[in-house]
Design a protein around this ligand. Sequence first.
Ligand code: DGT
Ligand code: CA
Ligand code: ZN
Length: 582
Amino acid sequence: MAIDRADLPSNGELAGLLQTIADYLSLDGESQYRILAYERAAALFSGHPVSIAEMASHGALRELPGIGAALEAKVLEYMATGRVAFLEKLRERYPEGLLTVMHLPGMGPKKTRLVWEAAGVADIRDLERACREGRIREIPGMGERTEAKLLRAIEAWAAKTAGEEGLRRLRSLVEPQAAHMVAALRALPAVVAADHAGSLRRLRPTVRDIDLVVASFDPGLVMDAFSTLPELARIEERGETKLVATTHTGLGVDLRIVGPQSYGNLLQHSTGSADHNVALRGYAQRRGYKISEYHVEHLESGRLITCATEAEVYGSVGLAYIPPELRENQGEIEAAEAGRLPDLVDLPDLRGDLHVHSDWTDGRASLETMAVAARDRGLTYLCFCDHSQSLAMTGGLNPERLLAQIEAIRALDARLEGIRVLAGIEVDILADGRLDLPDDVLARLDFVTASIHSGFGQPQARIMERLANAVRNPYVRSIGHPTGRLLGRREPYEVDVETLARLAVETGTYLEINGSPDRLDLTAPAARRAAALGAALVVCSDAHSPSDFENLRFGIGEARRGWLRSDDVANTRPWESLGRSR
Ligand code: DGT
Ligand code: CA
Ligand code: ZN
């Protein structure tokens, strides 16, 4: 049966539907279990490469993990009638504006119901008014500081929804789709070369769209074939050498095609960043050249230099090849001119991972499964840093369980060949600045990472006292995810990275680049600054399952964007020489 794709709801629309149900259920105080089922399905739909609606119409939806009869029925009901009765009932009970209120940092379902019932807040504008009029502080459990914080959150929300910033997606979610498209292009006989470009290639943590470039003598043929890819929902525009499309997940795709002789010019142009390109053009102009996406022109002679590779583009104006990760106009052109580009750290340089969880807390795999996975990736040491007791939701370890885990790790290390397995902890830095475990327990470990997981709203002075206290503890070797940001979900707490880096240098404490794709914390600019001040970094996965070792690749990406060389990253060294610097 031929299906007109335009008539079917997109994956994004169906994911939105399930997420809305999940949101109303949390507002309604439904069980976490039930909410999670909808949220997981929504995440699955939104990242799914082929049309969910098409699958549903073939009765194939329940082949997807976690999709049961109830969920399938709601999707089919929506496809048939454009509505879901179950959701409509929930909608009758709560004003829609409450959902935005609920998602503000610092709110959540309970407080949202509270401000609705106690102050008549039905949407974000009501909340803003209530804060400004001092009506929120009257509600038990809320105060003046809550009001100030909410006003800041509302401001951030307004800024985010006004600009395009809100539409950026995690690179980790977009990369697989881009890789699939590049592979499909490369498989075409008419394609000489194909790559992804743009922010994706520069390894930015978030991206707005997928930029693709192709070398071919037959752009029409390439575009015909590309247009039939099942992940594309719509073709928006098609020109002679350019195509713009949208995927089922609502992502934009820009495809550009040139002859192979100019492929380097196009790849360089489309990789950007726009700021880098502007600076590069300025530099070239001062030397008598003009750079475009088709060629480099020698202005005096009018000679056109077409470049099959990017290295030729940079070389034609007297520059060394600049890796994409550095192309942010942060001094890379000057460094290339002076021959001082850093020899960037790379994934194979990493020898160990110092921040990994197991099923002793909120990890999903056993110590052994994790260690074997690390060994399979070529790591020579692995340090478990599970959570400490104050994080009760994760099953955090108290001294007794930690000591038992140390035993288990020692036994595993004794029987496992090919990788050194070490015992550590991600000890929580409590809101009052104390560490969550006593020194005599920390003293038993090979490595201690200290991290903040609470009191995110504290003023900078308090946050810095807590961090200073942690780095000064003689057993703490590293600060985990030092700013606490969660991309798209939580702003960093008020850390002064400069001061933290100085403290780290003073005490010989490592600062982590946490490789979780939604953390990437420290950020590249902060890591670069810290390294310049003399701090040593560690790049860790924060893995909670074997597949999360992939996070190391993301962490290394951020390290490279931060200009780090392998000397700047301590876990490129063998465990034995990861000695203390104090
Ligand atoms: P994004 O999409 O916001 O994640 O970031 P980019 O860097 O991928 O930006 P995008 O997709 O708008 O453009 C891709 C590349 O094309 C960009 O990095 C450089 C080049 N480009 C686009 N527009 C301009 C422009 O107006 N001037 C210059 N010099 N380059 C541009
Ligand atoms: Ca882009
Ligand atoms: Zn953590």
